[in-house]
Design a protein. Structure first.
Length: 201
């Protein structure tokens, strides 16, 4: 069959063609990160109105860069490429997740991105999942512990795993097998092993 300017199409075929074109231009591109590292912010003070880290929290923050050279799994992956902390909803909101990543940023010469507010985490999940800027990158996200399960689910780990309320020393690592069509995600829960009293396993 030859097509020219005089060729006529049935209306239903034109509608189908338009629908297919719209799908092609609206489907998101899936990003393929190398790994996503989820951290809870470091220890907080007894005063619930204090938005900063406690002295032990600052001690953990200063030690945190060591996980990239001392943890076997992270050492194999390499240094981080992006750092994200929960941005303040208001001036009195917690800055602990940003403070926790401060020294990691200084050591690896990275900005701690804080443009996503605490409760806007779904936007961060969407952007990482669909922006090819994150292909083969290592992304560190530090947030409040209640939300870390939602991050796990949003990045391909379907299990409901709760971060313990009184624990601050875990590394939640998500890695991806980009050699398979479904881009399979794998989860590991590891100790930081940074301070006296930290979990040993």
């Amino acid at each position: 069959m030859e097509f020219n300017l005089k060729t006529k199409f049935k209306p239903e075929l034109l509608l189908l063609f338009s629908f297919v074109l719209s799908l092609l231009f609206t489907l998101p591109t899936l990003a393929l990160p190398k790994a996503i590292i989820l951290l809870r912010h470091a220890e907080k003070p007894e005063d619930s109105n204090d938005p900063n880290l406690s002295p032990r929290g600052w001690e953990r923050a200063r030690a945190l860069p060591r996980i990239f050279t001392e943890n076997i799994e992270l050492k194999k992956l390499g240094p981080p490429d992006f750092l994200y902390g929960a941005g303040q909803e208001k001036v009195t909101s917690s800055v602990r997740s940003i403070q926790t990543l401060q020294f990691v940023g200084e050591i690896f010469k990275l900005d701690v991105h804080q443009n996503y507010k605490r409760d806007s985490y779904m936007s961060l999940i969407h952007d990482i999942n669909t922006n090819t800027l994150f292909d083969e990158k290592i992304i560190v996200i530090c947030w409040q512990h209640e939300i870390l399960t939602d991050f796990l689910n949003g990045f391909g780990i379907p299990q409901i795993i709760r971060y313990p309320k009184k624990i601050f020393d875990r590394i939640w690592l998500i890695t991806y097998d980009n050699t398979v069509s479904e881009n399979k995600a794998t989860f590991k829960d590891m100790p930081q092993l940074l301070l006296t009293g930290d979990s040993s396993q």
